[in-house]
Design a protein around this ligand. Sequence first.
Ligand SMILES: Nc1ncnc2c1ncn2[C@@H]1O[C@H](COP(=O)(O)OP(=O)(O)OP(=O)(O)O)[C@@H](O)[C@H]1O
Length: 245
Amino acid sequence: MIKVVNVHKYFKDRHILKDINFEVKKGETLVIIGGSGSGKSTLLKLLIGLLRPEKGKIFIKDEEISQMTEAQLDKIRLKMGMVFQYSALFDSMSVGDNVGFGLKEHGKMRKEQIRQIVEEKLKMVELEGFADFMPNELSGGMKKRVSLARAIAFEPEILLYDEPSSGLDPITSAKIDDLIVQMQKLLGVTSIVVTHDMNSAFYIADRIAMLYNGEMIAIGTPEEIKKSTDNRVLEFINVSKERKR
Ligand SMILES: Nc1ncnc2c1ncn2[C@@H]1O[C@H](COP(=O)(O)OP(=O)(O)OP(=O)(O)O)[C@@H](O)[C@H]1O
């Protein structure tokens, strides 16, 4: 479903991503971990075509996207939903209008049809009846769920999450984790999740990949990652799990 081959990304003369290679199979959830500045968000941006690699190829459903025009990318993006780190809702629009925004922009749907889809997606994230609320009337966790409802409005085959649990308390972030797993089960989506939260990573991942200074230094199942012999991986997962003093 997603294939990244020998990808390099530079910002000016800074080499940010170095020879990245991985594949994500249909229906799989890959979690990307790594320290601040290791290149996780940059990698997500490459996958939705917001950035282009200087070298290498990125395939989304067998189509190579790194050389595509904006119009071609727009078509591919319809197959992808993105949940942004800070929810990225439009504050001046109601929850319902936020969720239905893409449908209104892209689709040739009638108002009533959009309203139905919006309600259905809000129900999936347990926010039934919240369509008329404004974003500033919601908690951080609710905003994340609205963002997820918007991301699934087009029934994408791929979902990308940028730190879905950042800024949330442990109980709310566990709820978001359950929703991520549910999306995989109910919709069969292929997901890539960037997170700092190791509890969440081990819970939702089929496989975990670790970035370190722009290199992918490990990729494997949670069990394989736990058994890694690379100190950089062990240190990261242990430090992230519990801090000792
Ligand atoms: N548009 C940009 N222009 C120049 N440098 C950038 C740009 N975006 C990111 N960088 C740099 O690329 C590196 C990787 O950034 P990125 O945001 O991908 O890291 P990250 O792993 O997502 O970090 P965090 O966990 O803190 O969000 C950083 O050194 C950052 O300063």
